[in-house]
Ligand binder design. Structure first.
Ligand code: PLP
Length: 424
């Protein structure tokens, strides 16, 4: 596997040593051609590619260690259980060093937020209470709260955006009051790239006694995350966006909150004692992990984090800042191309949404695909945001540790050719 120094203070040396060619060589998917061109994968915000180490770890689990966890007393069951629990400890460290009991394995960000919209929602939301979200949420951090508000006759409010795609912080205090029980917001927008100032919002929310839920699906893959510093009460993200497998993710929750919440799903393994007329719950985190989980997924989640940590999350963030600056500069040279979201790389991630006048984003995507370039086009599971932007859809190029300037150049060259093709 590719090896890199962890964070050191020799920032310049690290910058020079961020060797995308050697990183890319760890990802077998790049060995192929798409439509006669080298694969330029600019859709990591939808799902990241997987290094050979993760693919091998999945193979190894099913080849040598496969068994159910927390139940059997035989060697394979103990091996699988210990690897699963080891991965929980790894994720706890990845989130800035929280307690391992505060990490619940889920099937992904969507599952984590749905869990909260029921467990937390049923417990603390009453008619007339308020839930505050933002105008830039992915449907995963929006629809569960819409449905909760409907179930409980509660009020859903939203923080609006500034013209350059940041949260309008001047509105936050006016939107919070003693009825606000939950504030749910994304750490980084999957459309605008905006990194939100959660700490300030968390502080204001906590002053009103609200619980803060952070959707970390886009931030966790790209920057160091410390949930204690963010003062998030809950933080959810998905393994498949951090080089890991699909169908697994985590929900972090402050221990005292997790202990006080009722379970969401019930069944095997989440119980302490079962009678026909009464059931008591297992301790956290097991109370929230009913049934057989995605064991191979959870175990190889650790391999993915190991890979990222060998390179260093700080180094990945720095690499993406430079690549984003380069991409924004080059893209804006294309006449008429408009970028949605802030242009300042210090407050944004590497997902860049754009439109080109008179060419539908779906046509942009199809044209780019003919050149071997994978982007995402559509509403990006953020229809209310699209409406606020006055767009039906955008094209989105999103970069990760295996992308470099040659990928940006390929994108810009193909977009230039596309404009000629469409005679625009
Ligand atoms: N939140 C954000 C900001 C996302 O970008 C995504 C996926 O793109 C999700 C939540 C949902 O993640 P998952 O589909 O892995 O549950």
């Amino acid at each position: 596997m590719h090896t890199k120094p962890k964070n050191t203070d020799a920032a310049l040396m690290e910058k020079q040593s961020f060797d995308v060619t050697s990183i890319k060589a760890d990802f077998p998917i790049f060995a192929q051609e798409i439509n006669g061109h080298r694969l330029v994968y600019l859709d990591s915000a939808a799902s990241s590619q997987k290094p050979q180490a993760v693919i091998d770890a999945i193979d190894r689990f099913y080849s040598t260690d496969n068994a159910n966890i927390h139940r059997g007393l035989h060697a394979l069951a103990e091996r699988a259980t210990s690897a699963y629990e080891h991965s929980r400890t790894k994720v706890a460290k990845f989130l800035g060093g929280v307690n391992r009991e505060e990490v619940i394995f889920t099937s992904g960000t969507t599952a984590g937020i749905n869990l909260l919209s029921y467990s937390l929602g049923e417990q603390i939301i009453k008619a007339g209470d308020e839930i505050l979200i933002t105008e830039m949420e992915h449907h995963a951090n929006l629809v569960p709260w819409v449905m909760l508000a409907k179930r409980k006759n509660a009020v859903l409010k939203r923080i609006p955006l500034t013209r350059d795609g940041r949260l309008d912080l001047t509105k936050v205090n006016g939107l919070l009051n003693s009825r606000t029980k939950i504030v749910a917001l994304t750490h980084m927008s999957n459309v605008l790239g905006t990194i939100n100032p959660r700490t300030e919002i968390a502080e204001a929310a906590h002053k009103k006694g609200a619980v803060v839920v952070v959707d970390g699906a886009q931030a966790a893959p790209h920057m160091p995350v410390n949930v204690k510093e963010l003062d998030a009460d809950f933080y959810a993200f998905s393994a498949h966006k951090v080089l890991g497998p699909t169908g697994v993710g985590i929900l972090y929750g402050k221990r005292e909150l997790l202990e006080s919440l009722p379970p969401f799903m019930t069944g095997g393994e989440m119980i302490r004692e079962v009678n026909f007329d009464n059931v008591t719950w297992n301790e956290v985190p097991h109370k929230f992990e009913a049934g057989t989980p995605h064991i191979a997924g959870a175990i190889t989640f650790e391999t993915a984090i190991d890979y990222l940590e060998q390179i260093g999350m700080e180094n990945i963030r720095q690499h993406e800042i430079e690549l984003t600056e380069y991409a924004i500069e080059k893209l804006l040279q294309i006449e008429g191309l408009e970028i949605q979201g802030p242009l300042d790389s210090s407050i944004r991630g590497s997902a860049i949404s754009f439109t080109v006048p008179d060419i539908h984003p779906h046509d942009i995507s199809t044209f780019l695909d003919s050149k071997g370039i994978a982007i995402r086009a559509g509403h990006h599971c953020a229809q209310p945001l699209m409406r606020a932007l006055g767009k039906v859809a955008t094209a989105r190029a999103s970069f990760y540790l295996y992308n470099d300037e040659s990928d940006v150049d390929a994108l810009v060259e193909a977009l230039t050719e596309m404009k000629k093709y469409f005679r625009i």
